[in-house]
Design a protein around this ligand. Sequence first.
Ligand code: BGC
Length: 370
Amino acid sequence: MKTKSKKILSLVLASIMLLMTLTACGKEETSSTGNVKGNGDGELIGVSMPTKSLQRWNQDGANIEKALKELGYKVELQFAENKIDTQISQIENMITKGAKVLVVGSIDGTALSTVLESAKDEGIKVISYDRLIVNTDAVDYYATFDNEDVGKIQGEYLETTLGLKEGNGPFNIELFTGPLDDNNVNYFFGGAMKVLQPYIDNGQLVVKSGQVSKEQAAITNWDEQEAQARMDNILTANYTSEKIDAVLCSNDSVSLGVQSALKSAGYGTEDKPMPVITGQDANIANVKAIVADEQSMSVFKDTRALANKVVEMVDAIIKGSEAPVNDTTTYDNGVKVVPSFLLEPEAVTKENYKELLIDSGYYTEEDVSK
Ligand code: BGC
């Protein structure tokens, strides 16, 4: 073959190869997170969730596992049934098995320093999931919803519904939040009280039990029965002759407990309607309660979006690229400010639940009908 024809042939071949490569790139299959599938190279990712007893953590765990597997990662998913020791030994086990990244939804944000130090010594990266892990530098990223915003949305809902800005009142209100070892509680309760405190101070809101501090409003492990028992006591001691107009509940499990106590005390009838009650998570039982006018609102935190964000973080860590972060100032864990990605929570009510929860495919209509 003449040199000129050889050159042309190799040029043609090179172009064909380039074209093939480009076409292959264009055809790469992507996962639900938009990441290229199959790039995880079988690395092990440990996912430690606090408990199966609450609907949301089951969804979180399942969503993260699915998305990671789609990317080619192996996943060790464990639920710790709200027992701190169980969570610690499950994490130790993940370290022993060779996990490269740990995704941890902590039970007690203060209790993981020692186990996470040993993860750090092994070069394992740690993502704090939904709840901030505190008092350790062995946490690399934090993925969550804007927790202060959750509280603010609840507070503002009460403010609007009761017409507090217009000067209405006085109204009787009681306050319920989560456990003090869940760092989120500081933001949930704090965010809500920023809105409500001025109305307590000026007398438009009256807390007849006198229990206004976070410590007094706290419910261990977000436990429904404990919330119910506390509400039973408050009703018996303070509301035999007066009615209660509103209850701030930081989440849905607490809200359900409060609703049970109220119903036992005769609320939920035409003469004695349920007070205005908040919640958080848009759990199925609570969406049903919203439809039945027993709960007024919840705060929707799309666990699919949070799981996808954390999977993007994991993938970036493994590939050595930049993990997504949109807040580098808010979440000081006592040792460092943890680079965070905050997603936006939304109020869900009887008016918008179909659009937010059904149309988006989060639930089916059957899920939330009686
Ligand atoms: C989460 C909430 C949840 C609560 C109880 C909080 O840390 O942010 O979504 O309702 O824990 O599990």
